[in-house]
Design a protein around this ligand. Structure first.
Ligand SMILES: [Zn+2]
Ligand SMILES: [Zn+2]
Length: 350
């Protein structure tokens, strides 16, 4: 097994070689076919999330031990099954649902494994797909993605699912409503495609980067806005006829969240998805006076990932552009992502 591993928080990943793991119990061993590189990998690699005001949420405090293998957007081919594993056969190609809980507690049995207090997330809590091998605890987390190209399927596990989970929270919309999407990176573009497929609303995309705005326009945005421009809010109100019914902030910075809130019409909903960091200063009277809802959305459930695979396959939703890079180039890919130079998604191929 070859794995690109975190050996020290924030330091370059190192290539390490091990014997192939033996799947135990219900575990399934996969040969990794591709693994997406996600923005949240940067925070995990740094070892913390910035909570603003000098506060940090430390990854090490979760009990993650180094060396550790990142990678939660994994597609692979079944190589071996543990003695109690069933539901897949050797040689089958599967998408990994990485957002795994203990599988036994009340929320897990309800299918809400994201709410589990003892998570076993692949690439976050247990070794992930920056490797040529990955072990998944149970075959029920393996999804048949036939009909979706392999590299695109990988990106569904996080960027696609994050977009889908957020779009599902937009509520009931009409063709007269405007939805504002802030941030046209990988997840934002997936959000644009899904929102166009699943809601009748007009989709307006805001980004500070002209290339990303052009791409969003090509991909069907009704209008694009430079949210760094002084007249950004006025433009938004003009194109939306008074304000957006709902907004999704795919960036998650104080400036983007505040722009999105100010862009809402009365009764509007902001869904915060991005994990960029820092904190939002929000005048509290705005919430009751303008009857606003602010909520968070984090990836999605196993059921939602299955739905997403069907939506992409059956409704031919075009997904984000995906480029391949060799596994050993993980460090330069992370650097490019950190510098905002990745359009769409990169998958590592071992
Ligand atoms: Zn991710
Ligand atoms: Zn649980």
């Amino acid at each position: 097994m070859r794995s690109m591993q975190i050996v020290d928080w924030g330091r370059p990943l190192e290539l390490r070689r091990y014997d192939d793991p033996q799947p135990l119990g219900t575990e399934v061993l996969l040969a990794v076919d591709a693994c997406g590189v996600c923005h949240s990998d940067l925070h995990l690699h740094d070892g913390y999330f910035d909570l603003g005001g000098g506060e940090r949420l430390r990854v090490a405090d979760r009990g993650i031990r180094l060396p550790f293998t990142l990678g939660h957007e994994v597609v692979g081919t079944v190589l071996a099954l543990g003695p109690e594993a069933e539901g897949v056969r050797i040689g089958e190609r599967r998408l990994v649902h990485p957002w795994i809980g203990c599988g036994a507690c009340q929320v897990c049995r309800r299918g809400e494994e994201l709410l589990c207090l003892t998570p076993r997330i692949v690439g976050t809590w247990r070794d992930g797909g920056y490797s040529d091998r990955v072990v998944v605890p149970h075959a029920r987390y393996l999804i048949d993605y036939a009909g979706v190209p392999t590299n695109a399927a990988a990106t569904l596990a996080c960027s696609g699912l994050t977009a889908y989970g957020a779009v599902r929270k937009l509520g009931t919309l009409t063709a007269e409503d405007t939805v504002l999407l802030v941030g046209a990176g990988g997840v934002g573009l997936a959000g644009l495609h899904l929102a166009r497929a699943l809601t009748p609303a007009r989709i307006v995309v805001a980004d500070v980067d002209a290339t990303k705005r052009a791409r969003a326009l090509d991909d069907g945005a009704a209008a694009v806005i430079d949210n760094a421009a002084e007249d950004a809010l006025a433009t938004l109100r003009e194109v939306s006829g008074g304000g957006a019914a709902a907004a999704i902030d795919f960036v998650g910075r104080p400036g983007t969240a505040r722009f999105a809130i100010d862009a809402l019409r009365k009764g509007g909903t902001l869904i915060v998805v991005g994990l960029y960091g820092d904190r939002l200063l929000l005048p509290l009277p705005l919430l009751p006076l303008r009857m606003l809802t602010v909520r968070g959305s984090y990836v999605g459930t196993l059921q939602e990932l299955k739905e997403l695979v069907s939506v992409v396959r059956d409704r031919a939703v075009s997904m984000i552009p995906v480029r391949e890079r060799p596994l050993e180039e993980a460090n330069s890919v992370l650097d490019e992502l950190r510098q905002g130079r990745v359009l769409g998604r990169v998958v590592l191929v071992p």
